[in-house]
Write a protein that binds this ligand. Sequence first.
Ligand code: C2E
Ligand code: CA
Ligand code: CA
Length: 761
Amino acid sequence: MFDEVWRSQGEDVAPGVAAALLHLAAAGDQPVLVVSRPRPPEAPERPRVRWANATLAALLGAAPGDLLDLAVGRVLRGADAPGALVRERCTRFTVEAVTASGEVRATEVAAWPVPERISGFGAVSERLRVDVALAAEDHWVLQLLSPDDERSRAALRAAEERFATLAQDSPVPTLVSDVGARLSRVNDAFASLLGVPAQELCGTGWLTHVLDDERGRVAQAVADVLAGERVVFDTRLRTSAGQVRWVTVRLAPSRTPGYGAGFVGTVEDVTDRRARENRLAYQAQHDLLTGLPNRLALLEHLGELLPDAACPDAAGVPLPPVHPAAPVGVLMVDLDDFKTVNDGLGPEAGDAVLVEVARRLVRTVRTGDLVSRPGGDEFVLVCHDLPDESAVEATARRVLDALVAPVEVNGLRLRVAASVGVVLLSGEPGGAEEVVRDVGIATHEAKAAGGGRWALLDEDVRQRARRSLRLVADLREALARGTLDVHYQPVVRPGTPTRPHAQLLSVEALARWRHPELGPIDPATFIEVAERANLVPALDAHVLAVACRDLATWRAEATAAGLPHVPRRVAVNVSAVSLSADGFADGVRRTVAAAGLRLEDVCLEVTETALASDLRACRTVLEELRRDGALVAIDDFGTGYSSLAYLVDLPADHLKVDRSFVRDLRGGRGTGAAGAARGGPARAVAAAIVSLARTLGLDVVAEGVETHEQNDVLVELGCEAVQGYLYARPMTREDLWRVLCDGGTLAPQPAGLPSPRQVPA
Ligand code: C2E
Ligand code: CA
Ligand code: CA
């Protein structure tokens, strides 16, 4: 209002106009006052109130006259600040209005310099009781600004009331500051969180509940929110009952027009959640039985000690290995025969032993060393400062000695021996998992050496174990991807001196693995790997599926090509674990049917040892499949089971004479004692096996036939099927197809000269 008039009139405002303006101001409801200050070059003095209207006086809780001559800074703090009142232009600034009762309220002020030339100002002044010495002083008109529209003010008030109502009844502790750091309102939830009446918390009362060492941080957060930032922070409050509660405080800035910066906030009691989180964090890192750090914590601890291979320096050059001042030793303690305790005396006894062992181990190490229980009956110790082998030995011995005294469980004195494996962290990059694996290898060595002793990881052992672990992983992957191949070795009706060519009868499927980097792996090796990793059932199933598919293909193509001869069936090797696995028989049926074959088209080769080890279970499965048409062969016959009694009623169709009996067969024609004498003991055994098989009604297949001489003896003994390098090595499906194209006949190959179609085993 003043602003416009003054500006439009410039310096030439007439005394009448000035008087009218002041009159207007006196009657208006805008809080207005006039201040003045001696004009330079007088000594600078603070501006003083020269006049105030009734609205302003009421606002400050005073009579207008009470305000006269007061330094303006006393009623409007900040109005006398440098730069607030200038002669050159109108200004706007925030002051704190101080009421008669001492209450302080931030408010915005507009100040207009009064032009010097209103000479009539003094004349009206008397009536308005403004005492001014115009000539000597500079004057300003100050207006306290407030929301100028009554409607918007009412709306604001209503909104504020709504907010207050919501907050008041809200279960969420809520606080409001209209201006500055002092709270103007808090709701019941906040009051009851701290257990004190709301009014005690208003002002700065709530800050006294913040724990001493956190108060600085909280004050900073409040300063930030007053500067316009949203802040969220966790802190601790002490309740009136002395309890400490963890809270998450969320503050958002708020501005009341005419007042200034304040904030609103909520306080969430997170004590229980934090406790739960802490408990979970503890559980995630600890073994609950012994309270020791668990596997995860161990790996993290080791990870901190190991150089980070995946973290090259800025130039991309891998960082050199870290060499700790003295090597860190990792010891694995594995209890010998713990299973006996657990199984024999029950899990509670086992637990008691573990707890006692944990207690003793903790006492053997130095501060800063770690004792963890990654699982089962294994403990892993991480010991710093093992400068040489004698220090390693001393530590390992200390651990073994700690376990010498028997452990008392339920009145029993149990001896717990242990094996200790040790690795020293070399500073070479490598993962924590690898360290644990290596120390496991060392422990295994100690155990293999008889238990109750310690072993430092040997480089050779490490290499071997790593290679074998790698093979396990790679074989698992090859099986998952179906990249394992199958070769076929013909089983033939042997040739005779008059008719030297052999005739293909069936084929035996043999698994082949070409490792992507290591090349072909010997079946004996990868089958052992598969056994260790429990992959044999998957291997057998894979070979069966491929073999069925190939047989079906050969048959279809042979029919199409008008070929006279196809393998009668395909034989697959089935190990005992496969046989005793759940659903084996159904799996075989499904695979065979999927290839469009019948069970009659497959022969399952089972070793004697497999049959003997789990006779009843295997027998049932085999009987079932045989009843439905499948054939069963006893593989490697003669090498396994010592008693022949099991042969009676054996669910089998063929006996495959192991090649160790065939190997030593020598010529010496004739049967009976004379023949046996001439052919040596091998011939006698072979003759006995053939005749035994005949008696039991089983067909005989002789394996490993490599020479004419062996072939001829077997023929003479009445063996009607043979398998061996003499006729064919295991070959690819394509090579077998060529054999079929040749009419299924195979010429004997002189020993040691593999034909082009022969593939090395
Ligand atoms: P096996 O069942 O006794 O298979 C016959 C083995 O004798 C094959 O070895 C074959 O190449 C070899 N052989 C055949 N004729 C001769 C010969 O005249 N002279 C000599 N020295 N060896 C001959 P391979 O392929 O190395 O297989 C070794 C063993 O691995 C097999 O013995 C079998 O027990 C196992 N195996 C192979 N494939 C599988 C499979 O898919 N599953 C299971 N469970 N075992 C398999
Ligand atoms: Ca076999
Ligand atoms: Ca065999």
